[in-house]
Design a protein around this ligand. Structure first.
Ligand code: NDP
Ligand code: HEM
Length: 504
């Protein structure tokens, strides 16, 4: 047998015994001077960090992005500089609502995050498997998430809260329709598309700006579970996505996606019949056709899940030269929120952790604090800016062209300005009869039993999309068996709290 490396303390001293505690006599008690034991127990107590406040359950892998088509007329981002160029990346997929131990095959939106380690810094595209979202104003995000998480009293998920919120936010109907359609429950990360969802921007050397949307299309084909199939599967394994993704990469069956963009010249945004920065809307393909850009392949499993996936910090604020933001209010809020979450979850210098470290030189003036383990390459006297001692300096070639903005500062009420139903209708009309029936059934199973007032408010939204949608859902609800008294759901409990006597 090969000689094993010496076991040491964290201070590097070789350890003589890692199996037997130091005691006064064979029966104990312990001696406090058994520092190794103290260290072992203390480390165990610190092995957990807070889970992500959303998207806690996830699966990830490393891979490569290869450019297949030249889009350098739109952007000077180095990642797209020539056909054939390869860039390393990390992808993490996730469910939104469940905790870290949640079952994988649950109906939920899936996160689709990619960190591209480009030669000019990390570019993070932190999207979902849906091209749109439930709400378009960041004020609504924390409340929306609260309705997806557990009820404060019962500690159970609450369909009443979910449908109450959705029925009061008609802009959510488009995303609800995707979530409740076949694509709301993919069979694994490799069987779904990914979307940057927001409108971002590209800019080029001439200082021209284009609005852009990113689409990853799966090459494995779309595969989904019905609710019944998922229920059966969860009884057998709660980790089906980890098994799918890890297993595929382990046996060399590398998942691939084609990356496309939709591109809109800057001034056209003034003239589209919809707000192109509204996260509840897509840009129709016939107006803005997909332009192929490249291929993403996942080809390496992490060696350590905690170090490389749990400690991965994705943030929409991580953009690079040639790629930038848009006025989308949700995106603007996310620019703040993620880095803030990482500082709390991982610590101030989280970008120095190996998985987050850029694969290009890094030189800044942020200094001390927790996690200050990285080497400082600046000359020793250059610890402030500006300085005369050769410290890192700015370069105007990386300056983004000016962004034209205008308008009165006001809290705009979006419902008065937007059409929330046409695009949901376009989606609904795309479904064949089988897809529609499964949509009705999925909605019915989710909404069955919510208080009448909430149910009817939501039915009005289905009606506004299509009378057939409302009719189908109503019929599917009526076809469901009455709730089993012994299997009281959260909805029943919610009602008991409001009307304790009626609830019995
Ligand atoms: P198109 O016919 O050109 O495109 C339809 C799109 O719908 C395709 O991207 C297809 O993805 C996708 N799709 C198919 N089934 C589902 C589903 N169950 N859930 C979500 N997406 C699905 O039409 P338009 O561009 O005019 O869009 C019509 C509607 O399609 C939109 O209102 C929107 O709801 C939906 N959609 C549009 C997208 C866009 O960027 N324009 C992107 C995704 C959805 P695939 O090619 O992978 O099968
Ligand atoms: C994770 C906030 C909207 C996709 C997170 C996290 C926060 C957050 C705080 C946890 C980050 C961490 O601890 O690592 C917000 C806010 C939003 C918003 C404030 C709106 C105002 C969205 C939208 C999308 C999205 C619209 C997709 C288009 C994701 C994904 C993750 C995530 C994929 C997991 C990232 C990972 O894999 O580590 N979000 N989010 N979020 N969010 Fe959002």
């Amino acid at each position: 047998m090969a000689e094993r490396p010496k076991l040491t303390t964290t201070a590097g001293a070789p350890v003589g015994d890692n199996q037997h505690a130091l005691t006064a006599g064979p029966r104990g008690p312990l001696l406090l001077q058994d520092y190794q034991l103290v260290e072992k127990l203390a480390h165990q107590n610190r092995e957990r960090i807070p889970e992500r406040v959303v998207h806690a359950k996830g699966w990830g892998a490393f891979g490569t992005f290869t450019v297949t088509n030249d889009i350098s007329k739109y952007t000077n981002a180095r990642i797209f500089s020539e056909v054939g160029k390869k860039t390393d990346l990390l992808a993490r997929f996730s469910t939104v609502a469940g905790e870290q131990g949640a079952a994988d095959a649950e109906r939920d939106v899936r996160g689709f995050s990619v960190k591209f380690y480009t030669e000019e810094g990390n570019w993070d595209l932190v999207g979902n498997n849906t091209p749109i979202f439930f709400v378009r104003d960041p004020y609504k995000f924390p409340d929306f998430i609260r309705t997806q998480k557990r009820h404060p009293r019962t500690n159970l998920r609450s369909p009443t809260a979910q449908w109450d919120f959705w029925s009061l936010c008609p802009e959510s109907i488009h995303q609800i329709t995707i979530l409740m359609s076949d694509r709301g429950l993919p069979q694994g990360p490799q069987y779904m598309n990914g979307y940057g969802s927001h409108t971002f921007s590209f800019w080029n050397d001439a200082g021209e700006r284009y609005w852009v949307k990113f689409h990853f299309k799966t090459r494995q084909g779309h595969k989904h579970y019905t609710n019944a199939e998922a229920q059966d599967l969860i009884g057998k394994t709660r980790e089906s996505y980890q098994e799918e993704l890890y297993g595929a990469i382990d046996r060399g069956d590398y998942p691939k996606w084609t990356l496309y963009v939709q591109v809109m010249p800057e001034e056209e945004a003034e003239n589209t019949p919809y707000n192109p920065f509204d996260l509840t809307k897509v840009w129709p393909h016939k107006d803005y056709p997909l332009i192929e850009v490249g291929e993403m392949e996942l080809n390496r499993n992490p060696d350590n899940y905690f170090a490389e996936i749990e400690q991965a910090a994705f943030s929409p604020s991580n953009v690079v030269r040639g790629i930038s933001f848009s006025p989308d209010k949700m995106l603007q809020a996310r620019i703040f929120s993620y880095a803030d979450a990482h500082r709390y979850r991982l610590g101030g210098h989280y970008e120095a952790l190996p998985v987050n470290q850029p694969k290009c030189p890094v030189a800044h003036y942020h200094k001390d604090g927790l996690l200050r383990f990285f080497a400082d390459n600046n000359p020793p006297d250059a610890y402030y800016e500006p300085n005369s001692f050769g410290g890192p300096a700015e370069d105007p070639k990386y300056l983004e062209p000016p962004l034209r903005i205008s308008g009165d500062a006001r809290r705009y009420v979006q419902h008065e300005l937007e059409d929330d139903f046409s695009q949901a209708r376009a989606l609904f009309e795309m479904f064949d009869d089988g897809q529609k029936q499964r949509l009705f059934n999925n909605v019915a199973e989710a909404i069955h039993g919510v208080p009448e007032e909430i149910f009817e408010r939501q039915m009005n939204h289905f009606e506004a999309v299509s009378p057939d949608y409302a009719k189908g859902v109503r019929a599917a609800v009526e076809a469901l068996p009455a709730k089993d008294e012994k299997m009281k759901t959260q909805m029943d409990m919610d009602r008991m709290a409001v009307h304790p006597k009626q609830g019995g």
